[in-house]
Design a protein around this ligand. Sequence first.
Ligand SMILES: [Zn+2]
Ligand SMILES: [Zn+2]
Length: 543
Amino acid sequence: MICTYGDKTDVKWQKRHSLPQIIVITEDGKMNENAGKYVGLSIHECKKAIIEDLEKEELIVKKEVLKQSVGTCWRCHTPVEILSKHQWFMKTREMTDEVIKWTEKVRWVPAFAKKRMIDWALSLDWDWVISRQRIFATPIPVWYCIKCGETIVAKKEWLPVDPRFEKPKISSCPKCGSNKFIGETDVMDTWMDSSITCAVHAGWPNNPKTFKKLFPADLQPNGLDIIRTWDYYLMVKHLALFGIAPYKTVLINGMVRGSDGRMMHKSYGNYVEANAVIEKYGADALRQWAASGGSTGYDIPFRWSDVEYGKRFLTKLWNASRFILMNLSDNFKMENKIYKFETLDKWLLTKLEKLTEEVTEALENFQFNIAIEAIRNFTWHSFCDHYLEAVKPRLRASKGDSSEAVRYVLLYALYRIIQLLAPICPHITESIYQLIKPMLPMSNEEKSIHLTKWPTSNKSLISPEDEKIGELIIKVIALIRKLKAERKTSLKTQLKKAIVYVKEEDKEALNKHLDLISQVCFVNTIEIKPLKDESEIKVEIII
Ligand SMILES: [Zn+2]
Ligand SMILES: [Zn+2]
């Protein structure tokens, strides 16, 4: 007894060398008449019977356990046997040149995904098999003439139609005149449906207006594992139907792994359910972990500590918002007028406008990790730790240019922060937006933060000079506060004196801001002295 197919290599060789096909297995897994005396046995019984026969003939030399890879059913792990069957194909291989041409035109993020797509297209031995032997799927709208075998394909107007239950809308076979037909029982591969998503999302085939506007898709996001299926099938199907690539950019995501670095799996015990994380820390914290996890296209491990960090950031942002709102009167309105900004205001605004540029560029390039890190760094340190602390004395006054300017900057910066953060943390930013909305200028009063226009950097607010001086002031304040903490004195204890050593060129600029520093740090007098060594700045305090 001989059988043509053991594994996929046999399929290739049978075709390449035009070998005869000998099939010994039936569809229900029994041996057929080609199996001679073993006919009717199951595959398992047949294997046993063959070994028994070989033993009887004393033809077995040795028995040993072998390790080999065998394709099995993903569900019940039964080994897969290969049968030769008629199938429907789409002629995809003759499109390979076109596929490569359009793949080159598409932007792939990360870039290595493009090579995967091209390598895949070039490696294909078969056209795309679009039929499946299943019950539930999209029917293949085809009938066969029982008498002459002619294939009758449904006309467009007959669709949708299920040939397993409905007859073709013709009275007789165009070839032999017979009126007996049998419907195709095969159904379509599921990718036949998902390979038209770009067109369908754009409104095809019923809405030509939106289709014209929305096709091809700006973005096709999917996992690394389905470049060879979804991205490839989308490409061939849309090229065949419309002659152009279905997407302009493909964004490839990596997989989420367990905290031990392995794929998440029940049997490893390393999986975490998204809902459990959301229940504990909220969706905005989980989303920060996903955004900060690393470059797109690479797998990221799940880390509770990252989610906890995200949650702490949200608390910081929420507290800062409450502090700002507490310091704004109910009828405060951000106006488009000229405010008299002080150095630290200009320092913060410069950093804020630069942040806007950085985050916009990062998001345009799908560098979500760079965007979230920049926003968190600015908000946590520049805004909360330094600016909010340094402007507290100015907030004690409720009137005057300085008090007006600082309130404007606080609200302006908070609004900008939540706008930049909105794509990553949609919930907390919306909550804060609803609180500050009445204070924003009329033009910004959108119903939701997610409807506001993406901010652009106001370049007229960028001042490198003020940024440099502001940095110096912030450093001096931070150093005095650090020394106070080291000496275990309360931050609000009034100091007799602080001596600040700075470079000669910084002396004049710093001199202008001594009042501010002594107010923020509770110091009676500040003395400025020239630095004796190469370091940038030094501080001494006298309690
Ligand atoms: Zn199975
Ligand atoms: Zn016929």
